[in-house]
Design a protein around this ligand. Structure first.
Ligand SMILES: *Cc1c(COP(=O)(O)O)cnc(C)c1O
Length: 394
């Protein structure tokens, strides 16, 4: 018996456990310290009332023979896929319900899609990066080429001339940097992928944070994307579904590789290995996309967005270089006084009692940077920024 020895090549995922351990040690020594956590990558406000009510109603339906639902359609119920089509239509993107696949979240789909592609592909991954893209490809033993995201390109790298790539990961608005590609930049990526016969795996999990109408919320807003891109999206950040679980993946009929329809391959993969998302969750998701549901979601997003504004205003006034926080819940800042990421983590915890995420945990280009998130309360965010002003203002 041989195990998948690629797992030996996985880096130890110690980032969040190391943070937890350091905070625990600090609070043990300083029980009085009022710690403010700005490292959270999870939403804190609840799912909207409309979705919660639909969830309860559908759960009750499951308890009665007349309204019971067994296995649902593998791609998801029509009611939800049609709702998502309408959501796309509202941003000017035309999709067919048959191109939409409902899942239990974007993370699973981002990992599972790799089933469709040969091991012998070159994968282009930005650095710093959401670790899922990297680890899933290490597990599969693929050749990985890193793409430098840095101050010079505003943490939004463009296609590397002369570099071949088969699979390309893009995340916009980006986790961890909060950077958002504009249309012209995404068009460069789409053209690059079409020329090379590559596939772009586009993570749009934070699309709902885009308020600036000139910025694309879907890669399918870009001409030519349907022949080269797969889009992954989720209700996790839009509608606080991180603990409820619902996402969707969009693949156009036009996406063909190696003489095969990628959409048909994904359908085959899902019908073989996945049995769908629970009926109550899909009803809750449908309700979240209703006009009333979306209005409620927007109120929650506004809270995070206001927090992000408090963070970026403070950093700007302190003269600290940063990106993100405009159309994103993440702010990516340069550590003050040339500190390294973990050095700043310790300094910030000790002097301001604020916890964030060291950028070096997301890749080598993250060294010297730090991620703050806007998912806390307004009061805590304002208090944390006041402390940062006291400690690092000069
Ligand atoms: C939160 C997040 C997702 C969403 O994942 P789910 O599995 O749908 O909860 C996807 N991509 C990135 C980069 C994220 O931060």
């Amino acid at each position: 018996m041989k195990i998948n020895s690629n797992y030996k090549n996985l880096p130890e995922s110690y980032l969040f456990s190391k943070i937890a351990k350091k905070v625990e040690e600090y609070t043990a020594l300083h029980p009085q310290a009022q710690i403010i956590r700005m490292g959270i990558g999870d939403v804190t406000l609840p799912i909207c009332e409309k979705a919660a009510a639909a969830f309860v109603k559908a759960a009750a339906e499951q308890g009665k023979a007349e309204t019971f639902h067994g296995y649902g359609p593998e791609q998801g119920y029509d009611f939800l896929r049609n709702t998502i089509c309408a959501y796309y239509e509202s941003i000017g993107v035309h999709t067919a319900a048959s191109d939409i696949f409902i899942s239990d979240g974007a993370k699973s789909d981002l990992g599972n899609i790799l089933d469709l592609f040969d091991q012998d592909n070159t994968v282009l991954i930005p650095d710093p990066v959401y670790p899922v893209y990297l680890d899933t490809n290490i597990m599969a033993g693929r050749k990985i080429v890193f793409l430098d995201a840095n101050v010079d390109n505003g943490f939004l790298p463009l296609p590397p001339q002369g570099q071949r790539a088969d699979i390309i990961y893009l995340c916009s608005p980006n986790n961890p940097t909060g950077g958002v590609y504009n249309r012209k930049q995404l068009k460069e990526w789409v053209d690059f992928a079409n020329e090379q016969d590559a596939v772009i795996l586009f993570d749009a999990a934070y699309e709902s944070f885009i308020l600036d109408n000139s910025l694309p919320r879907s890669i399918f807003e870009i001409e030519g994307a349907k022949t080269c891109a797969v889009e992954f999206c989720s209700l996790s950040k839009l509608a606080s579904f991180t603990g409820t679980r619902c996402g969707y993946t969009v693949i156009s009929e036009e996406l063909m590789r190696g003489g095969m329809s990628v959409r048909k391959m994904w359908l085959r993969r899902q019908t073989t290995k996945f049995n769908g998302v629970s009926y109550p969750v899909q009803r809750a998701a449908e309700a979240a996309f209703s006009p009333e549901g979306l209005r409620e979601c927007r109120k929650h997003l506004d809270v995070y967005q206001e927090n992000a504004g408090i963070i970026t205003d403070t950093l700007t006034s302190l003269g600290i270089w940063h990106v993100g926080g405009k159309n994103s819940p993440y702010v990516w800042m340069q550590c003050p006084d040339g500190m390294k990421s973990w050095e700043f983590f310790d300094d910030l915890l000790d002097k301001a009692h604020v916890v964030g995420t060291p950028g070096s945990g997301f890749g080598k280009n993250g060294e010297g940077f730090f991620r703050l998130t806007a998912f806390g309360t307004k009061a805590n965010t304002a208090e944390a920024m006041e402390r940062i002003r006291m400690v690092y203002g000069r």
